[in-house]
Design a protein around this ligand. Sequence first.
Ligand code: PPS
Length: 348
Amino acid sequence: MWNSRRRRCDKMVDELHKQPRPILNLPQKFVSDGVTFPGYVRKDLKESIEKFECRDDDVCVYVVTYPKSGTTWAIEMVSLILNNADTEYNLSKEQFARVLVLEMRLEFAQRIKFIFLVIYRLLTWLMPRSLQETMKYWLAALMASDGMTYLNSMTTRRLIKSHLPCNFFPRKALEKKCKIVYILRNPKDTYVSYYYFHKNNWFHGFYDKPWSEFYKACVEKQLPYGDWFDHVLGWWKHNGEKNICFLKYEDMKRNPRAALETLSSFLEKDLSEEAATKILEHCSFESMKKNRTVNMSVNTFVFDLKRAAFIRKGTVGDWENHFTVAENAAFQELYDKKMKGSGLNFDM
Ligand code: PPS
């Protein structure tokens, strides 16, 4: 009797030791089907995705990525292709208010949204211009904070951002053959970029431990939105389907003009030479770094850019400044094993 109790106790301790120690502190995170999601993702994700209205392909375009793969850059390009290079429009509104994140829902924002709306409607005319502008910004942010509700109410063409793994993505969107742009970036640079994003973002806990700890979280599959390999290979199963365009960050870097042509032909939009030049100028790294509608400098509620910039380095190969020789060797082994037979390769 005593022995069997003792054995049970030892077994429980063993089990506890086997569970990975949480490395990241993600406020309000939740786990669904083994994937950790950051606190800004709606908690009723699975049910609401089932109910999400999907429309015909000519009015709905998704830009999907594993986080930190060049989403903001690609969205800027796609939106300008769709709106005939109307850079003035893009500069008039933050990207997060123009292109909503499908899976986002901030509970706190929902609670104050209507009070804020009433104040805005009734009292803005009494306010000085600068305060009116601030109110307008916060109102846009509050409206964008429930992606699906807002997107369901839209009657015009929708450009939608998402980081969802393929098995969480609306089935109807895949079946209806909505256009999907999936951006891929080599995993080492993606993880390094994600490390800095954890440092500067409230939802990622303003992470302040060294890279070596974060690296463990990467290989132990503890990152929000899950493991890079699962995400990328899950989506890559759709390679070759007409409605999905796979584009690599490294190719966008090497030849932005060719990347723009790939996207415009996928979206069936002809671009004049003048429009293409305008888009490329607007989307250059230097220009996006300064652009307040994409660099998160106004989003002080969530970001602390003193810790790390959002539009940070924008290079290929920054991993060399972070991975140790041992980390690189171990990661390469993992990479070779996981990617074998996938037909997918990266410049790193
Ligand atoms: S997010 O938070 O997931 O939406 O981030 P995401 O936009 O996917 O990725 C951010 C990284 O993309 C880089 N970036 C660019 N690189 C080159 N050219 C342009 N125009 C550009 N815009 C954004 C950005 O700097 C982040 O990468 P790192 O390596 O951190 O610099």
